[in-house]
Design a protein around this ligand. Structure first.
Ligand code: ADE
Ligand code: ZN
Length: 352
């Protein structure tokens, strides 16, 4: 085994396919936005990302949590989104997300945004999407990485409002808006795949790609539902698929990628107690097309290159295996064929 250095991990040509725009605000960004909005902070400034120090946020069942639970974390994202009120602020958020990706050596990123977190934009979805993708466009023109937007539904929202989102996506015809996604608290929402099936069917028929958060706080049954009812081409997380051998076989046979976020699962939301106990390696060895992603890099203090290094160390990956993971990220992405080929060619000649 060769040890992967941080510099090599950063230089590695790769894509990132599971990253939330809401998870890209640094502490200073948030404090400055709150200042501009005159909004109170939910907790002490210096420990704002540690939601256990907040006075108002608790998991939906009322229990105080240490660190972040999914419910508490989503409430924090609502607070963040509520601070962003102008076109320029959204443009900057899009631009900065692309810059963050480029700084980690990402050549292409599919970035998720969930409009339900951004209260000031209710009823103005098209302008909201245009402002973010204008930021993406400017970033690409300035030599930063290419980016596309995946518009995400919340597991808790109604089926009717989900259909409205898709109709706006169709009417707006924004080139960088490429996919429908869904995220949120799978455990507390229960099984919602049937509720969202019409929205995902409409999106598929209109030519949008589909990616679904599932198999994180929910079990394998929900992953089956995502494939069968939501026409998922990619699964965000999906780590609990490991609990069902038939599902693992299905993912392998159909080469449905899992967009895995090791640090988010371990230190962020405590789905697994340690990286050593995380199933990414077992899934990879079983032949599942897995990739490494950050999910919400700012509040979870993750840099993509660090995650590659940590996984390579934890699982004894060779450089060839690391390159295989990078290739998976590109192949799993919703990038245009020419962009994918360019990154794969670069990866082919990459010497660690
Ligand atoms: N939204 C942002 N991050 C999320 C996560 N890890 N799980 C569910 N929804 C999310
Ligand atoms: Zn996510």
């Amino acid at each position: 085994m060769t040890t992967l250095t941080w510099n090599q991990a950063r230089a590695l040509p790769k894509a990132e396919v599971h990253l939330h725009l809401e998870g890209c605000f640094d502490l200073a960004d948030l404090l400055l936005l709150a200042r501009e909005a005159g909004a109170p902070l939910p907790g002490p400034a210096a420990t704002l990302f540690d939601t256990s120090t907040h006075t108002v946020e608790r998991d939906p069942d009322g229990a105080a949590v240490k660190g972040m639970g999914v419910g508490t974390f989503l409430q924090f994202l609502d607070w963040e989104g509520s601070l962003v009120r102008t076109y320029d602020q959204l443009f900057v958020a899009g631009y900065r997300a692309a810059a963050r990706e480029s700084a980690s050596g990402v050549r292409y990123a599919d970035i998720i945004v969930n409009p339900t977190h951004w209260g000031a934009w209710e009823g103005r979805l098209e302008l909201f999407l245009r402002a973010i993708t204008d930021g993406f466009e400017a970033a690409a023109k300035d030599g930063l990485c290419e980016t596309s937007l995946c518009v995400s539904l919340l597991r808790q929202q109604s089926g009717e409002s989900a259909l409205e989102v898709v109709k706006t996506m169709i009417d707006a015809e924004i080139p960088r808006v490429v996919a429908l996604s869904i995220d949120g608290d799978e455990t507390h929402a229960g099984d919602t795949n049937e509720r969202f099936s019409p929205a995902f069917t409409l999106a598929r028929d209109a030519g949008f790609r589909r990616t679904v958060h599932t198999g994180e706080s929910s079990g394998p049954q929900s992953v089956w539902g995502a494939i069968d009812l939501l026409h998922a081409e990619r699964i965000d997380h999906g780590v609990r698929s490991i609990e069902d051998p038939d599902l693992v076989k299905e993912l392998v046979d159909r080469q449905i990628p899992l967009d895995i976020c090791p640090r988010s699962n371990v230190e962020g939301l405590h789905i697994y107690p340690s990286l050593a106990e995380h199933p990414i390696e077992a899934l990879r060895e079983a032949g599942v097309m897995v990739s490494i992603n950050t999910d919400d890099p700012a509040p979870m203090s993750v840099r993509l290159e660090d995650d590659y290094v940590d996984c390579a160390n934890a699982f004894g990956w060779s450089i060839e295996t690391v390159k295989e993971l990078a290739a998976n990220s590109v192949n799993a992405s919703f990038a245009a064929a020419a962009i994918k080929q360019e990154i794969l060619d670069e990866l082919g000649s990459f010497e660690a």
